[in-house]
Design a protein around this ligand. Structure first.
Ligand code: T4K
Length: 376
């Protein structure tokens, strides 16, 4: 048996700016005596993010889930929303919290995203929107989804929790659909410890989004008017300075992950039983996760996942269990595994390997040696 790693190797580790630089920024916030409620640091981060994501308008949130809930609420729709079951719990949960009913659609074998060819058969008179997820930063079929939405007069929301800086032909992924959500959770390459972003084009919608994230207060009115039922979704000034510092070092992290990606591809594509996941047809990718599929092999995904733990390597089965198989969703009509064969199969095959800049070539080679050994 190869020697295990001395320290645990996780699926991801947060991108951490120099603590001395963070401390200086915290002093700045302390001295300003302005800690939250859309302060100077919040405004600065918003403007920086607009440039990085190549979007005209965005709003910051205290986490991605709240951002997605507000996105759903802001569209003022009620009824069914067609979405993917191959995602994190937050996606269907946000729909429910906004009073909407998720309808699960099967996914595409290559992109692992909602299959546009399967959407139309789920449309009923109650369908009001499509919620696509750019899973692992792989873009959804945005053109096909847009065509369906136009044909049936549906809203389109994208969950781009994994797709920070993903671009299609140079266009920021946040420009597609009515609203796009990005997560800035600590496990994301770009983060504010906890945080989220909504991007949108419609300024009136943006006004509503900003109102909803701030208890429903209409900041434009003379008196404090409450004409919407909002919540508290605000990102504070400490989170905002952390975000600014992470933003400064993200390019270095992206380059490190790009190198790791090449090394993984070179090594793992040669191992029998491992299928590489296509990274999607992007002009720029997010470098967020490194998923592989284990199939047609004596060693199953679960065996590989468990055996890797003997070597101190902790992978994650994103996304198993499938959302449609959760106790809270399994009884809805579209959750039947019979209707979702591809998603159910991929959920049994998928494994996200350790993927972060802190791993050097030796680490990656060692992980690959161990995988090779287990798969033999
Ligand atoms: N939509 C999608 C498609 C999403 O994937 C997510 C979140 C959302 C919406 C909602 O966005 P947020 O509300 O979170 O902004 C993690 C994250 O908590 C979650 O943000 C993420 N997706 C999901 C895919 O992964 P867990 O339960 O897998 O996290 P955990 O604690 O196991 O951490 C993963 C690895 O990271 C661990 O192996 C250890 C390492 N880690 C984690 C943390 C928190 C660290 O090294 N340091 C840390 O501080 O959910």
């Amino acid at each position: 048996m190869l020697k295990p790693f001395d320290k645990p190797i996780y699926t991801t580790r947060p991108v951490l700016p120099d603590i001395n630089k963070v401390n200086l920024r915290l002093i700045e916030v302390w001295e300003s005596q302005w800690l939250t409620n859309m302060g100077k640091q919040h405004e600065y981060l918003e403007n920086e993010l607009k440039k990085v994501l190549k979007v005209k308008s965005l709003s910051l949130f205290n986490n991605g889930t709240i951002a997605l809930m507000v996105a759903c609420k802001s569209l003022e729709i009620s009824g069914e929303v067609i979405t993917t079951p191959f995602t994190f719990a937050a996606t269907p949960h946000a729909l429910n919290w906004a009073g909407l009913e998720p309808k699960f659609c099967d996914i595409d074998e290559q992109t692992l995203n909602i299959n546009p060819q399967k959407i139309e058969e789920l449309i009923t008179v109650n369908t009001k929107a499509i919620l696509g997820v750019h899973v692992f930063g792989i873009p959804c079929a945005v053109k096909e989804i847009d065509d369906i939405a136009k044909k049936y007069d549906l809203k389109v929301i994208y969950d781009a929790a994994h797709a920070f800086e993903t671009e299609l032909e140079g266009i920021g992924i946040g420009n597609f659909g009515d609203i796009t959500m990005f997560s800035m959770h600590s496990t994301k390459l770009m983060h504010t410890i906890e945080g989220g972003i909504l991007t949108y084009k419609d300024q009136e919608l943006g006004r509503k989004i900003n109102q909803l994230k701030n208890f429903g207060i209409d900041t434009n009115s003379q008196e404090q008017e409450y004409d919407l039922i909002g919540l508290n979704g605000k990102l504070n000034e400490v989170q905002a300075v952390i975000g600014q510092e992470v933003l400064k070092i993200r390019e270095i992290e992206r380059q490190k992950r790009s190198k790791i990606l090449n090394l993984y591809n070179e090594r793992l594509s040669k191992i029998e039983g491992i299928t590489m996941v296509s990274r999607g047809d992007t002009s720029q990718e997010s470098f967020q996760y490194f998923p592989i599929r284990i199939r047609d092999s004596r060693v199953t995904r679960n065996i590989l996942h468990n055996r890797l733990q003997d070597y101190n390597i902790f992978t994650r089965k994103y996304f198993y269990p499938l959302c449609s198989n959760f106790n809270c969703y399994k009884n809805i009509d579209t959750a039947n595994p019979f209707n979702l064969p591809v998603a159910n199969r991929i959920s049994e095959e998928i494994l996200c390997l350790p993927y972060y800049g802190g791993l050097n070539d030796n680490d990656i080679n060692k992980i690959c040696d161990i995988i090779e050994n287990i798969m033999e």
